[in-house]
Structures are given as C-alpha cells and as structure tokens.
Design a binder for this molecule. Structure first.
Ligand code: ADP
Ligand code: VHF
Length: 379
C-alpha cells in the first residue's frame, strides 16, 4: 500500500491516545501554555463530537512544578522531583479541564505507575476504569504518578506510558506531539539540515540509529523513546504519528488522514493480526468458558465467533471486555479472547440461542459471547 492509503486509514481510527511532551505543554518551561492546551482541547472535542474516543497523556508536571517553585533548573534529587511533580500536576490537570470546559466535556486525572500495568488485578482495574471513562464521554488525562514512583516502578518517560495506554484501551492510533515536525533523519539539534521522515515501519531497527542520544532540557526520552513507543503500540495494531504540537489544527489534520504532516509509523502486520498476537501473549486471564463439542469445533475449524449457545459452564469473576480462556470438554484450551458479557450475564445466557438474549437479560450488547475479531485460537 502507498503512503496516501496508509495515511487515509487514520481517518477511520475510532480510538486515539494523544500524548503531549513537557516542552510543549509548558511553553519550554515558561509556564503552562493555556492557549496551546485550549487549542488541543478544542480539536479533541471535535473528535469526540464525531463519536471518536480520545485519551490524553500529558507530561509537564515536573517542568510546571519547577517553574512554580522558581527553581532555575530541574533538580536531581528524587524527593525534589516528587514535590515539584505534585505541585505541577494539579495545575496541569486543572488547565486541561479548563480547556475542555467550553465544550462541556469532563476530564479525569489518571496517575499510573508501572506496577499498575504489570500487576494483573491493577491492570484490569486501570483498563476497565479507562474504558468506562471513555464510554461515559470523559476525557482521561493520564500522567505517571511521579510523586510515589521509585526507580523500579517507573515508566521513566511518557512516550512509553502512552504506548502502554494505547495497548490498554486498544487504541488504533497513538499521536505523540512534540517540539519537532516529526522524526527527522538525524537529531535536528545537532543537524539543522535534518529532514522529516514521512513514513516508516514501526519496529524498523534502523530507526533507532537516527535518534540523538539525549532529550531536550525538559523532555525525558527524546526521539528514541518515541520510536520504541511506536513499536510497542504496533504490537496491538496501532498506528503512531509523531508530529509538531504547535502546528495549527495538528490533531484534526492527522485524524482526518491528511498526508504531509508528521511521521507515520505503520504497524508491521494488519491491525487485526497484530492485535490477536498481542491478545495471545499480553493480557491476563480473568475467567474461563467451557464449550460443548460443537462450539469447540466451530472455533477450531470454522473460524467462527463464540455464541452463548455453545457454552456449558462459566468460571471466574470477569467484566465485559476482559480476557477469558475457552476450554473444551476434555479441559484443553481452544481459544482466548475478550468476552462481550460479564460473568454473571454469561452464566445467565450460556446454553441459550442468541435470539433469546434480550428476553433473558432485558437487553443485548451483541449476539456473540466472544467475537472472532477479539479472539485467538490457541489449541
Ligand atoms: N531523529 C530525530 N528527529 C527529531 N527529533 C530528534 C531526533 N533525535 C533526537 N531528537 C530530539 O528529541 C527531542 C524531543 O524529545 P523530548 O525532548 O523528550 O520531547 P517531548 O517532551 O516532546 O517528549 C527533540 O527536540 C529533538 O532534539
Ligand atoms: N511525568 C513527567 C513527564 C516525563 C516525560 O516523559 O516527559 P516528556 O519526555 O516531556 O514526555 C512529568 O509530567 O513531568
């Protein structure tokens, strides 16, 4: 596929994660840039209005805290960074909230540590809380919980955090806004002649060599963490775009699939295949569905969705969207996937025809218990 068609796929992305770096958010450390934040909020509100979901990952807590304290430079001591982050974060989140207020959109502060995404229970909590916020039309404003992190549980940079959030909410697009037009063929701070790379393959090992060694004065990761974030986001099938957050209507243009803006990192495999791979290896299992022989065969041989009628037993306490394993009558795993109904609902509808769901539950979310797009056959 050519560049144009890949770009135009961005116009179909329904769920975005938009990450903005410290230098941008704080006008290069001179204090929260209300005009920029409000302009991004306007564009994100436009996406919401069109029925698209957006999670914001915003850096800038430390830079803003340092500015408010009147310190001349970023401190090194962890306790000073933590104090600065706590101070800056409250200003950061209230400025985002003011930006969305004219659009009557509510924001919610979400502070995460690495542990939250590596521990199964906390991972599921973070996932269901974020998905519920998106469902309710709230804009989550995510940052690392800098005030409590120690080195072992630190993401370290928000590019990594944003990619993990993209995996978590199953975003199809990750937009990383920074202070450069995109990824250049060398670090523009060392080489003013550096040229923009319009499109690259996410995960291409050659890309890392084109990244300068250190970030800007306020940033944490530089381009290297953005390139790695693109590779990570691609594992769940997401496109990544790195672009200049100061460019007029940047979010809108990218979400419309406009070419010639920023760098597009294209996932290696088709989004669905990548997502299935990720499903198979990255999510913790929350429950189990026992299938009858017909259903086990339909999944293994027919590539079909799992319908409630083929399920004979439900184990575990899970919510809609959680990962469950499907087991055949001899206890062997057949498949795993994201379940369409919570465990109490699944118990009520198992063994029933899809046409009976409304009568049993009083509503129908979808006729399948696990849609084939959300499932990977494992045995
Ligand atoms: N190949 C490259 N293309 C663009 N920027 C690069 C490249 N290599 C290194 N950089 C540096 O990365 C910086 C952006 O990263 P960083 O300072 O961490 O910003 P942010 O706060 O947006 O995350 C740029 O200002 C640039 O100097
Ligand atoms: N959590 C930190 C951000 C760290 C970070 O990654 O910054 P950046 O490289 O500017 O995205 C803060 O809010 O200050």
């Amino acid at each position: 596929m050519g560049q144009k068609s890949q770009r135009s796929s961005l116009a179909r992305v329904q769920r975005w994660v938009v990450k903005v770096g410290s230098a941008l958010v704080t006008g290069n450390g001179s204090g929260l840039d209300r005009a920029c934040i409000s302009a991004w909020a306007d564009q994100i509100a436009g996406l919401r209005k069109a029925g698209r979901q957006v999670t914001v990952v915003s850096s800038g807590a430390v830079a803003e805290g340092v500015k408010r304290l009147g310190w001349q430079q970023r401190p090194r001591a962890v306790y000073q960074l933590q104090a600065a982050a706590a101070l800056g974060q409250s200003g950061l989140v209230s400025t985002w909230s003011e930006g969305f207020a004219p659009h009557h959109l509510m924001t919610a502060q979400v502070l995460l540590t690495h542990d939250d995404l590596s521990d199964r229970r906390r991972y599921l909590n973070a996932r269901s809380a974020l998905r519920e916020m998106l469902r309710l039309g709230i804009i989550p404003i995510v940052n690392e919980n800098d005030t409590v992190v120690t080195d072992e549980i630190r993401f370290g940079d928000n590019d990594t955090l944003a990619a993990l959030v993209a995996n978590l909410v199953e975003a199809q697009g990750l937009l990383i806004l920074t202070d450069q037009p995109g990824m250049m063929d060398s670090d523009p701070r060392d080489n003013p002649q550096a040229e923009l790379i319009c499109e690259a393959r996410a995960g291409d090992p050659g890309l890392e060599r084109l990244c300068g060694v250190s970030p800007g004065e306020l940033g944490r990761g530089g381009m290297l963490t953005k390139v790695r974030a693109a590779a990570r986001a691609a594992r769940s099938g997401a496109y990544t775009v790195v672009a200049d957050g100061r460019e007029q209507q940047v979010i809108e243009k990218i979400a419309q699939g406009e070419a010639d803006i920023g760098t597009l990192f294209v996932p290696d495999s088709e989004p669905l295949a990548a997502r299935k791979q990720w499903l198979a290896s990255h999510l913790q299992v929350a429950g189990e569905l026992r299938l009858d022989d017909g259903a086990a065969r339909a999944l293994r041989e027919g590539g079909k969705s799992l319908l409630p009628v083929g399920v004979v037993g439900v184990k575990g306490d899970f919510s809609r969207g959680d990962m469950v394993v499907c087991i055949d009558s001899s206890g062997l795993e057949v498949a795993r996937g994201l379940v369409g109904y919570a465990s109490d609902e699944a118990e009520m509808i198992c063994g029933r025809a899809s046409s009976e769901l409304e009568q049993v539950l009083g509503y129908v979310d979808e006729p399948e218990l696990i849609h084939r797009d959300n499932m990977v056959v494992t045995g």
